[in-house]
Design a protein around this ligand. Structure first.
Ligand code: PRP
Ligand code: URA
Length: 212
């Protein structure tokens, strides 16, 4: 099925290589964490392509010049807890001055509804570009709930970075928030009866933190 225009899937060979390592059940928690961070950086690079620049007067050791710097307030990186923390590390490597907000959500295992337990944002979020991140976009309940809350809090420019989406989740998210571009490493075909992406990579939070 063709994906909506707001869903961008990276074809970069480094992203695809690292994703395969991430999927592999033999990959240790330490390597999973490192790979997630690296993919966060690479997808973050794609997602920040359109940040506006402003010419700024500086002096090199040889001459004055007008050179581009990022315009406006620094962006906000918002991991969805827990697993989003691993992806956020790579995005913050790329934009070290970014502010951070946190959304705590877990999936009710029976209904697969997203249940919020934490929400804390910078108070001027409406003036900043927001990058929400979570490795998994399965049913999309968590991503939709996070973006709903951010919009209620005044956020106007939002992007979403994930590692893996399910086709169904990607379509549901794009329908709920067509103004929020999604940057993913891959979109898999199926969700199983427990709402896990297949073939997927398993439970991202458990693999990242070595729980279960
Ligand atoms: C996982 C994942 C997403 C969510 C995706 O989190 O990190 O937040 O599931 O599923 P959805 O698209 O169907 O909502 P989980 O609820 O397992 O919490 P955790 O990160 O704390 O382990
Ligand atoms: N959450 C995960 O961690 N993995 C999935 O496949 C789906 C939701």
């Amino acid at each position: 099925m063709p994906l909506p225009p707001s869903i961008h899937v990276s074809t970069h060979p480094l992203v695809q290589h690292k994703l395969t390592k991430l999927r592999d059940r033999q990959t240790s928690s330490a390597n999973f964490r490192r790979l997630l961070r690296e993919i966060g950086l690479l997808l973050g690079y794609d997602a920040t392509r359109d940040l506006p620049l402003v010419p700024t007067r500086i002096e090199t050791p040889l001459a004055p010049m007008d050179a581009p710097l990022l315009e406006g307030k620094k962006l906000v990186v918002v991991p969805i807890l827990r697993a989003g923390l691993g992806l956020a590390e790579g995005i913050v490597d790329l934009v070290p001055l970014a502010r951070m907000g946190h959304v705590g959500l877990y999936r009710d295992p029976k209904t697969l509804a997203a249940v919020e337990y934490y929400f804390r944002m910078p108070n001027d979020i409406g003036d900043r570009e927001v990058i929400v991140c979570d490795p998994m976009l399965a049913t999309a309940h968590s991503a939709i709930a996070a973006v709903d809350r951010l919009k209620e809090s005044g956020a106007r420019r939002i992007k979403f970075i994930c590692v893996l989406g399910a086709e169904q989740g990607a379509l549901t998210f794009a329908e709920a928030h067509p103004d929020v571009p999604v940057f993913a490493a891959a979109i898999d075909a199926t969700l199983n009866d427990h709402g896990y992406i297949v073939p997927g990579l398993g439970d991202a939070g458990d693999r990242l933190f070595g729980t279960r």
